[in-house]
Design a protein around this ligand. Structure first.
Ligand code: IVH
Length: 687
């Protein structure tokens, strides 16, 4: 039977769209290197959806449109694993001796003597999520299953389809049967984003990224799973048919990456116990900076032939071990609950804790976020709680161990301490604390009358990304405000040597340094100045947009809400905050004083950017420049209407490279992007 011409065209177009969208998704979700603007992607996606709606026969299970929207399931079907999903032995000795013990065990099992050569290992991260088996038949994802008891898992194919970095179809030549094993997890930024949203809505938050991943994948409603963005890294194989395996585990991972599967870049092939130890200690240092949780690293004998010789003991391979790091969660007790007052008056309840070592540091405070969350978790003085500190995020109380709550009597009937309530007045300035009905955050109404808010406002003003006054930190601001020496940002510029030296523990030399830093900060940019003002809802990016749009401070001050909303990304809420800020005579007065003190920035009318040699151009900075810091170079580019991106793509106009430039420089050369050193960069922007 031959199809009508229109349907044949449609079939070709659908196939082409699928391949093209897959390519863009791989670039975006796996390589983290977007290949087209979002709007273009959306157009392709909409076109594909429309064609599939018009020609339902053309819809295939591996179409990119099938990631979202299945129907809720009545339950998960069991999936027997052709190759059992095993676990790995855990080495709880977090010191180098843990790695030595593993290497010694492997050598003994292989009958190696001291004079035999060192063993090669594949070292990788131990991801903290949910193990998943992905089954690809002729390159198409046909089934995804959890580990279950190792023999039989649960069919979670629908939910796994919502994980964007998991290819629905493999790239290149695909073997008839390939089962890929790996870990589904939630990244820390996604975890924070999701929880922040839940907090604003007054809903329950996720406990930690691991539970988040497991909970999402085991959701019966795929729409709920799709709401939480998960990630995936492949770390091994299950059943394989019709594929000549590479000789090493490292080779297997390379082959998986080449077929479009996400494989974590933090891996290495190392030699002997020393190689394992070096990897363990390197990753331990990098752990906080990773965008996801790990609870250790995994060592695997690299040669698949040796793996086979070593075999298994009960349910664990002899050729692999997980070498742990100190835990990111720990138990401690709550000694008090206090509140902290932020720059905009936001009141945050904070638990003061008995000191506890967690995630590599000693923690004494943990945030309870807001009143509703403190209530929901029902944290009380005397409680034993689980605290979590992962990455560089603020430690938080995860949950209370209710069974250990101290009680008034032996029978445990009545708790010793009452449920937490936010104070009615600010503990710092005594002003009323208020919470608008539709908001989660309560605020001190004292404004800049409140010393706590004033200190935070000054710290923000002096911050590195704002006026960048080096040395004006916590301690100094505390003394200056408490001593009544500084009330507003303008007072900073009235400070003299004598006043600073008079402060406790202040040597003349450091006082002079601070004065020099204050002086230096006077020459700034309009964007930094706007950001420094600390207008509610105006972050660094908005400040830059405002500076670019208005070109002058007076233009901004006099703009009404309507004009403000012409700025990209400025909506009614932000516009109202800005208008409210400048409507306060006090704020305008401080600005006038700052200008009178000599704070200034290069004038730039918005139209001046039209003459800029780099307006609208995209730059990538890499390596160390001889005289400019990265921030300085970024400021110069942005002041002239250019943009700075984090990674090199076809859309990059210039790469500015300094000493020890790495892969970005290679990439620029491959793509033929113009490469500038600092001197040529300076020439370009002054042309
Ligand atoms: S390999 C036969 N590699 O840890 C070896 N597992 O107890 C199979 N995990 O359930 C596992 N990161 O979910 C392996 N790089 C990694 C891993 C990893 C995390 C998890 C996995 C498994 C558990 C092992």
């Amino acid at each position: 039977m031959s199809l009508p011409a229109a349907a044949m065209d449609a079939a070709q177009r659908v196939a082409a769209l699928c391949r093209e969208i897959e390519g863009h998704e791989h670039a975006y979700y796996v390589l983290d290197r977007p290949s087209i603007p979002d709007v273009e992607y959306d157009k392709l996606f909409a076109e594909l959806q429309a064609l599939e709606a018009a020609y339902p026969d053309l819809l295939t299970p591996d179409s990119p449109t099938q990631r979202v929207g299945g129907k809720p399931l009545p339950g998960f079907s069991p999936v027997p694993h052709a190759v059992p999903m095993l676990s790995i032995r855990t080495e709880t000795d977090t010191e180098p001796s843990g790695a030595r013990a593993f290497d010694a065990r492997v050598r003994r099992e292989l009958g190696l003597g001291e004079s035999d050569p060192a063993i090669e290992y594949a070292a990788e991260l131990k991801f903290d999520g949910l193990a998943i088996n992905l089954r690809y038949a002729n390159g198409v994802l046909v089934q995804a299953a959890t580990r279950g008891d190792g023999e039989t898992g649960e069919d979670v194919t629908q939910n796994i389809r919502t994980v964007h970095c998991i290819p629905l179809r493999l790239r290149g030549d695909a073997p008839p049967l390939l089962e890929v094993r790996g870990e589904v997890f939630m990244s820390r930024p996604e975890f924070e984003r999701y929880n922040e949203k839940q907090r604003v809505l007054g809903r329950a938050t996720l406990v930690n990224p691991r539970n988040a991943a497991a909970g999402s994948i085991r959701q019966l409603d795929p729409a709920m799973a799709a709401e939480r963005s998960l990630s995936f890294y492949a770390y091994g194989l299950g059943e394989v048919g019709g594929w000549a395996l590479p000789a090493t585990h490292g080779g297997v991972l390379d082959a998986l990456a080449a077929r479009g599967l996400p494989v974590c870049e933090h891996r290495a092939v190392v030699t002997g116990a020393d190689g394992l130890i070096a990897f363990h200690s390197r990753i331990r240092k990098e752990r906080d900076g990773l965008p996801f949780d790990i609870d250790g690293v995994v060592y695997k004998v690299n040669s698949l032939a040796l793996q086979q010789r070593l075999g298994f003991v009960t349910r664990e391979p002899r050729w692999a071990v997980a070498h742990k790091y100190p835990a990111e969660e720990a138990l401690t007790t709550v000694e008090a609950i206090e509140v902290q007052v932020g720059r905009t008056g936001a009141i945050t309840p904070v638990a003061r804790l008995a000191p506890v070592f967690v995630g590599g540091v000693t923690v004494t405070n943990a945030t309870l976020h807001n009143e509703a969350e403190a209530r929901r978790k029902d944290v009380r003085i005397g409680d034993t709680v689980i605290v979590r500190r992962a990455g560089d995020v603020i430690p938080e109380v995860v949950s209370v161990m209710l069974e250990r709550r101290p009680t008034k009597d032996l029978f445990g009937a009545e708790p010793l301490h009452a449920a937490y309530e936010l104070p009615k007045t600010c503990p710092v300035c005594g002003s009323a604390i208020e919470r608008p009905e539709d908001e989660a955050i309560a605020r001190c109404t004292g404004g800049l009358f409140c010393p706590a808010q004033r200190k935070q406002a000054l710290l923000h003003f002096a911050g590195r990304r704002a006026m960048d006054i080096e040395g004006l930190g916590d301690k100094l601001v505390e003394q200056l405000v408490d001593g009544g020496i500084v009330r507003t940002p303008a007072d900073i510029y009235k400070l003299g040597l004598l006043k600073i030296v008079a402060l406790e523990r202040m040597a003349e030399k450091s006082a002079a340094n601070i004065l020099a830093a204050i002086e230096k900060s006077k020459a700034t940019t309009l964007a930094r100045f706007i950001f420094a003002l600390g207008i509610r809802n105006v972050g660094e990016a908005t400040a830059k947009d405002l500076a670019r749009h208005f070109g002058s401070l007076d233009g901004l001050i006099t703009a009404d809400a309507e004009r403000l909303q012409q700025v990209p990304d400025v909506g009614p809420v932000v516009a109202a905050s800005i208008a409210r800020f400048f409507a306060q005579p006090h704020n305008v007065e401080v600005i006038e004083q700052l200008r009178a003190a000599g704070v200034s920035w290069p004038a730039g009318a918005p139209s001046a950017l039209a003459n800029s040699p780099i307006a609208g151009k995209t730059f990538v900075l890499t390596g160390t420049l001889p005289t400019l810091t990265r921030d300085e170079a970024k400021d110069m580019i942005e002041a002239l209407g250019g943009k700075v991106a984090g990674s090199v793509s076809k859309k990059t106009d210039y790469v500015v490279a300094g000493a020890e430039a790495g892969s970005k420089l290679d990439k620029a050369q491959t793509l033929g992007v113009s490469i500038l050193d600092e001197m040529h960069f300076r020439e370009l922007i002054s042309s």
